[in-house]
Every structure is written in structure tokens, then in C-alpha cells.
Design a protein around this ligand. Structure first.
Ligand code: HEM
Ligand code: HEM
Length: 228
């Protein structure tokens, strides 16, 4: 299923299902919006909060999709042993490890997801001491609010910037080695020399993704209303 043999001897395999692709490009747009609104401040903070909460819903969705999503989007598909990572970095990676996220690429994916979660979590208890306080500030001590605000505004944003630059650098590196990773993140398919099972990406799995995202969104809505 989801593997088609074209006229050449390459197999077209659905690697990134639609929900993973929509997650990725929505995340990119949101992070750009958050950096802009966070730096503009003032009235733009209302949008900073809305977009930040959307990122929380997206990240929660991705955590669940990492367990039940398409084959190559599951964490189990790119949770590699240290020896696989070392071999990959030494250019001795196995061919089947280049279908989805590669062993070295998986480090970047897990790091990005973890640091974005930390940024959202710290944002929820940050306070700019003017008129914008995260929805959960009243549940934690002033010391925690100060620490979280310091992390959110002075540390986390720089770590995200470095990770995103490394991420884009890696994509450009592969482009120069004639491997376009962007196209599969846009239309879902890779052309591979070996026939491997593709990710499920049909109407039912897409509806399931929508339902999961809806539940994550409702949870975030509830968190946001804990403040009132
Ligand atoms: C704010 C900026 C960005 C963030 C936070 C980000 C984050 C991520 C994350 C979390 C993944 C893993 C996807 C998953 O399995 O769910 C990923 C993969 C990917 N991203 Fe980005 N991304 C950013 C910008 C970009 C840009 C600008 C491009 C294109 C030039 C890009 C191209 C890709 C590609 C091609 C992959 C798949 C890599 C692979 O084949 O292993 N990303 N990104
Ligand atoms: C990945 C998600 C997020 C990113 C990348 C992000 C990024 C930023 C940036 C760049 C700033 C400006 C820092 C500066 O003053 O230089 C900022 C400030 C702020 N953000 Fe976020 N943010 C995120 C999520 C959130 C969320 C979910 C909330 C709350 C619901 C939030 C609340 C705040 C607050 C209150 C400030 C002002 C802090 C201060 O004045 O020092 N952020 N954020």
C-alpha cells in the first residue's frame, strides 16, 4: 500500500503523510509569527499568545501522531541507537535509514520538538510585567515566573534560532548533494531504489488526524481558560 512502481526502477513511496506535512509548514509559519510578534511586543502580544497556543496544540498533536501516525512519522521509525547515529555521521548509514528521518536528522527533529515544548511551557508562565502574563502564571511562584520569563526571552529564543539555522543548513547540505528533502515534505513522496512500505495517508487516517488535532486544540483552550 502507498508504494507505486513507476516506469523507471525507482519506487514511489509515501513517506510524509498529509497531517505531518501540514504540521510542519503550519509550525514554520507560527514560529515566524511568534518571533515577529514577540519582538514587536505591545498590541502584537495578543497575537503572540494566540499563535503560541496554536503551537502548543500542534506540538501535542505531533506527540500523539508520533505514536499512531503514518509509519515514517512514528517516533519508533526514527528512534535510532547511538551506533546507528555514529555510522550515519561517518557516512556508513544503512540505506533503509534514509527513507524517513535519518539517524543524524532524527537528533535535530527531537531537539527541535523538545526545545519548542520548553519555549511554549515557559511562555505559559512568562510575564512581561507590563500587561501580558501567560495563562498559567498565577499557579506558580514569582521566582518561577521570573526564571521562566528569563529563559523564554533570553535563552530559549536563541536556542531555537540556532537549531532552526542548523536545520535549514542541513537541508541545504543535502540539496547540494543532489538530495532534495523539501519536495517530499511538500507532496509526501520519495522515489527510492528499494520497495518499502509507505505511510498510511488515506481519508480515514486524515480524519483521525483532524479529530486528534481537535482534541489537542480543546485541551489548549481549556488550559488558556484556567487563567480566567
Ligand atoms: C521555524 C522554522 C522550522 C522549524 C521549527 C522546523 C521544524 C521541523 C521539524 C519539527 C521537523 C520534523 C517533522 C516531523 O517529523 O514532524 C522538520 C522536518 C523537515 N523540515 Fe523543517 N522546520 C523549519 C523550517 C524549515 C524550512 C524553512 C524548510 C525548507 C527549506 C524545512 C524543511 C524540512 C524538511 C525537508 C524536513 C524533513 C527532513 C527529513 O527528511 O528528515 N524546514 N522541520
Ligand atoms: C514556540 C513558541 C514561542 C516562541 C518561539 C516565542 C518567542 C518569543 C520571543 C522571541 C519573545 C520576545 C523576547 C524578547 O523580549 O526579546 C517572546 C516574548 C514573550 N512570550 Fe513568547 N514565544 C513562544 C510561545 C509563547 C507562549 C505559548 C506564550 C504564552 C501563552 C508566550 C508568552 C510570551 C510573553 C509573556 C513574552 C514577553 C516576555 C518578556 O517581556 O520578557 N510565548 N516570545
Amino acid at each position: 500500500m502507498n508504494t507505486v512502481q513507476p516506469s523507471s526502477n525507482l519506487y514511489k513511496v509515501r513517506v510524509w503523510d498529509l497531517p505531518t506535512r501540514v504540521f510542519h509548514w503550519s509550525l514554520v509559519l507560527c514560529i515566524v509569527g511568534l518571533v515577529i510578534t514577540g519582538n514587536v511586543g505591545g498590541n502584537a502580544m495578543a497575537w503572540h499568545f494566540r499563535i503560541g497556543l496554536t503551537v502548543l496544540a500542534l506540538l501535542l498533536f505531533r506527540l500523539v501522531w508520533g505514536l499512531v501516525g503514518g509509519r515514517w512519522s512514528r517516533f519508533a521509525a526514527f528512534f535510532y541507537s547511538p551506533s546507528s547515529i555514529i555510522n550515519d555521521l561517518l557516512g556508513r548509514g544503512k540505506p533503509e535509514h534514509s527513507v524517513g528521518h535519518t539517524p543524524s536528522g532524527s537528533i535535530s527533529v527531537f531537539a527541535l520538538l523538545a526545545i519548542l515544548l520548553a519555549q511554549v511551557a515557559s511562555g505559559l508562565v512568562s510575564d512581561d510585567e507590563i500587561s501580558n502574563a501567560g495563562p498559567l502564571t498565577r499557579f506558580v511562584s514569582t521566582a518561577t515566573v521570573n526564571l521562566a520569563t528569563h529563559y523564554h526571552s533570553n535563552i530559549g529564543k536563541w536556542i531555537i534560532l540556532v537549531l532552526v539555522l542548523l536545520h535549514i543548513g542541513a537541508i541545504v547540505f543535502y540539496l547540494r548533494r543532489k538530495q532534495n528533502l523539501i519536495r517530499p515534505m511538500l507532496h509526501g513522496d520519495k522515489e527510492l531504489a528499494v520497495a518499502v512500505q509507505g505511510s498510511r495517508d488515506d481519508a480515514a487516517s486524515r480524519i483521525a488526524a483532524l479529530v486528534i488535532f481537535g482534541i489537542c486544540g480543546a485541551f489548549v483552550f481549556w488550559i488558556n481558560h484556567l487563567a480566567s
